[in-house]
Every structure is written in structure tokens, then in C-alpha cells.
Design a protein around this ligand. Structure first.
Ligand SMILES: [Zn+2]
Length: 242
């Protein structure tokens, strides 16, 4: 790949994997103010974390772990029937100071590089549209990244991640309460999409609702199911999962 320079990390499993095992692409932000410190952390052996690619604010792409090795980016995670997604995924870190540092916008150059790199990986490993995920999708209790400013809708135009297609504006459904049956239906849809609902505690369920909102209904991220969330989830299951 052109325009991609290496700064290698030693934090990865030293046994090569079969490229057929790569079925997911997971997006992250670094959550650190300093880009240089983020790169240092992702390559320092004591941190035990890494990623395959790092996208700098300038748009420069760094390769930190070759795709054929398992990088340590996802941690304890779950999607559909899969647990701990490191072995099945490529991880991309995008420099962004994150929610604890006023969560700035991603730069235009970062988004451009992100699209460029993702298109290459999608083609190379034949990654399905529905298998482009955020860290918060697969680890909702622990993670908020890449967050609500990540351009999911834009990327979906390139079959990178699913999106909904509703005929009318859904904002008038915002904050409208749902019935108990509709709540059940919402969780049924979330499960279909891929969210792991293995725990029933309200705190856990709230974190999943927030992950869903961060990605598909970023105007209000409150962890409460409303009619708008329900309609979006229903549409994603109907139209988005093909
Ligand atoms: Zn992450």
C-alpha cells in the first residue's frame, strides 16, 4: 500500500493468522491529547495495546502491526456469537483526544485517509458491510470510541458499515416513550444487528442503548429507548443487514 509508513509495535501475537479469519474491521480513537504519546503507548511493550493502523491528524497512515498478526486493540469484546474480536479483526486507531478531552472533530484529512485505507482492506479481505464496527459497539460498558462524531453515515455510502433508510424525518419521534412490548422489540432488533445482550442488568443494557445512539442517533445519547431509536433499529434490521 502506498502512502503508508511503518512504525512497528511489538504488542501482537507472534503466530501468523489465516487471512480468512479477518472478518471485522474495528474503529477506535486514541483518547489521548498527544499524538506522539499515543503512538508511543501503542508500541510500548508495557502498555500491552496496539493496532494495525494509526491515522494521524495530518492524514498520514502508520502501519503498526502487519495484518497477518493479531494486534491487541479490542480487549474484552463481543459481537454476535463472537467473543474477543482481536483474532478476527483489523483495528484502526484514529488520533482524537476523546470524550475526556472535549472530544474534537476528526480532521478532513483523517476521514479521507480512513476511507482510502478502509476501501483497500474491505476489498482485500472481502469484509461485509455489516462487519465494520466501532469499539463501543463491541465493548459498550468500557468504551465510547470512535464516538458520535465518527462519520458512519458518510462511510455507509461506500458499503462501510450499515445505515438506515427511512422515508420521513424521524426527529419528531424523538423522546416519545415506547411501550413494554416495543422495548422488547427494540432489544430483539439490537440482537439481530449484532449487539451482545448476554447480561440483563439495566446498567449494561443502558450502555448498549448508548452505543446504538452514538452510532445511529447521535443527537441525543441518553441511554433511553424512544420511538425514534425503535424506528431506526427496525429499519436497520429490515434494510441494512443484507
Ligand atoms: Zn478503542
Amino acid at each position: 500500500m502506498k502512502n503508508i509508513k511503518p512504525i512497528y509495535s511489538i504488542n501482537f501475537d507472534k503466530i501468523a493468522r489465516n487471512p480468512k479469519n479477518i472478518i471485522y474491521l474495528i474503529y477506535h480513537y486514541t483518547g489521548m491529547k498527544s499524538e506522539n504519546n499515543a503512538i508511543k503507548r501503542l508500541s510500548n511493550k508495557n502498555s500491552k495495546v496496539s493496532c494495525h493502523y494509526f491515522i494521524k491528524k495530518s492524514g498520514i497512515i502508520i502501519n503498526m502491526v502487519p495484518d497477518k498478526y493479531i494486534a491487541w486493540h479490542a480487549g474484552i469484546s463481543c459481537w454476535r456469537k463472537h467473543r474477543n474480536l482481536n483474532d478476527k479483526s483489523v483495528g484502526i486507531e484514529i488520533q482524537n483526544a476523546g470524550h475526556s478531552n472535549h472530544y474534537p472533530q476528526f480532521s478532513k484529512k483523517q476521514i479521507k485517509s480512513l476511507l482510502y485505507l478502509t476501501k483497500i482492506l474491505k476489498k482485500k479481505y472481502n469484509i461485509k458491510t455489516k462487519n465494520f464496527l466501532g469499539h463501543s459497539d463491541i465493548a459498550p460498558e468500557r468504551k465510547k470510541d470512535p464516538g458520535e462524531k465518527f462519520p458512519w453515515k458518510y462511510l455507509s455510502k461506500y458499503k462501510i458499515g450499515i445505515w438506515y433508510n427511512l422515508p420521513k424525518k424521524t426527529s419528531k419521534l424523538r423522546n416519545i416513550e415506547v411501550s413494554n412490548n416495543e422495548i422488547k422489540l427494540f432489544y430483539f432488533y439490537l440482537k439481530k444487528i449484532g449487539y451482545c445482550l448476554q447480561k440483563k442488568q439495566s446498567k449494561y443494557l443502558k450502555s448498549i442503548i448508548k452505543a446504538f445512539q452514538r452510532r445511529y442517533r447521535s443527537k441525543i445519547i441518553n441511554g433511553k429507548i424512544d420511538k425514534e431509536c425503535l424506528e431506526i433499529a427496525k429499519n436497520l434490521v429490515k434494510c441494512g443487514l443484507n
